[in-house]
Every structure is written in C-alpha cells, then in structure tokens.
Write a protein that binds this ligand. Structure first.
Ligand code: ADP
Ligand code: ZN
Length: 215
C-alpha cells in the first residue's frame, strides 16, 4: 500500500510585521494546503458588516485582540471546510494560551514556526505598509514601493494603509504580542513542536529557512 503523504498542520507564530502573511501565502501554495489567516478572516467579516465583524471592528482598530470565544468560533467553522482535511497553515492563530489549548481539542498541530526579528525593524515595516484591497498585494513605502505612488503594480487598485498600522495601534499590537502571544513560544517548545527561524533578510532567504523547518 502506498504511504500516505505527510500531513502539514502548521502554525506561524511571530510579532505583527514579521512577514508571516507573505510567507504563509507562499508556503501554503507550495504545500497545497489552505492559508488560514484569522486577521484576514476578521477583516473580511468587518468589510461585510457581519455580526462578528461589527463586534470585532473596535478591537482591531485599537490594536487589541478580538475576544477568544469569537475568534475560536470563527476558526472552528473555517476548519470544517473540506479543503482543510489534508492540512492547514494557521497564520495569526493561536495568539493566547486559551486559544492554543482550545486548538488542541479540535485541530492537531505538527509544527510551529516562530519568526524571530528585532523590534526596531517591526515598527518601520508596519507603519510603512500599504496594501491593495483589490488583490491583497502588500508594499512598503521605503523598502518595496509601488512603481506609481498609491497604485497597485499588479492590478491598478488604490493602495490603502490598514487602520491598525498607525503608530498608536502598532504600539498596542506589539505590547499585546509580548504579553499574550509570546508565552506560546515556551508552550510549544515544551511540546517539542517549535522551530525558531530568523525572519530578517530577503523574502527568498526567509522562505528557504521556513521550508527547512517544516520539511
Ligand atoms: P498582525 O499579525 O500584523 O497584527 P493580523 O492581520 O494577523 O495582523 O491581525 C490583525 C488584528 O486582527 C489583530 O490586531 C487582532 O485585533 C485581530 N486578530 C487576528 N487574529 C487574532 C486572534 N487569533 N485572536 C484575537 N484577535 C485576532
Ligand atoms: Zn492589486
């Protein structure tokens, strides 16, 4: 009987601005598993004015975490989709110990990749970030500007800054990360699931380190 292909049930853990979203999209494509970003799911809910979106909006604008029960219900529902049967890449979840413990009850994890990066780099990446609401492309005004200011290279859409990428919410998000999410590193290290990777350097260099970590 042929061997079953290896399951890829992966978590990307790291501070805001570490580049998880970019790398997650790429790796998910390579592995043929869904890229599940709780931030993206929440932003879609906000844009569609669903009851969840209406409740989440204020927390997100302020750079605070959306309450665990709301995020958990949303993620559980997403993981019930047939595309998540053979694996998934969770980006931005879990962010609290409560979420991590709940996750063990409904979705096993094989590997947690921690994005390690100095704080000084993060602040700049976030406040200079602009994205295309139309196709999702992400730019940086300093390191990766679009060819025409304010316009997406890929689709011509008008670039926008996320409301939570202003300096004050960025500061709150970094603090929230240290207080509530960083303890998960210990948690997953104890379980023997943690791979720490250097998240500085080119996109290709980082992606290479990640592939080794999940191989
Ligand atoms: P970043 O990692 O750059 O902060 P995300 O797009 O992952 O950006 O998340 C944006 C916002 O969405 C967070 O600041 C938070 O308000 C909310 N959010 C995303 N994932 C979670 C989660 N697992 N638990 C609680 N809130 C979340
Ligand atoms: Zn675009």
């Amino acid at each position: 009987m042929p061997l079953a292909p290896p399951m890829h049930r992966i978590v990307f853990l790291g501070p805001p601005g570490a580049g998880k979203g970019t790398q997650a999209a790429e790796l998910a494509k390579v592995l043929g598993i869904p890229h599940i970003s709780t931030g993206d799911l929440l932003r879609a809910a906000v844009a569609q004015h669903t009851p969840l979106g209406i409740e989440a909006d204020g927390y997100m604008r302020a750079g605070k975490l959306v309450p665990d029960d709301l995020v958990l219900r949303m993620l559980q529902e997403r993981l019930r989709s047939p595309d998540a049967r053979s694996g998934y890449l969770l980006d931005g979840f879990p962010r609290t110990l409560v979420q991590a413990e709940a996750l063990t009850g409904f979705a096993p994890i094989d590997r947690v990749v921690s994005f390690e990066i100095p704080e000084s780099v993060l602040m700049e990446r976030l406040t200079q970030r602009r994205s295309c609401p139309n196709c999702g492309a992400v730019y940086n005004l300093v390191t990766q500007p679009p060819r025409v200011a304010g316009t997406c290279d890929k689709c011509g859409g008008t670039l926008v800054g996320r409301p939570d990428d202003r300096p004050e919410p960025v500061y709150t998000r970094l603090q929230t990360y240290h207080r509530q999410t960083a303890p998960l590193l210990e948690h997953y290290a104890r379980l023997g699931l943690l791979s720490r990777i250097d998240a500085q350097g080119s996109r290709e260099a980082v992606s290479e380190r990640i592939r080794k970590a999940v191989a």
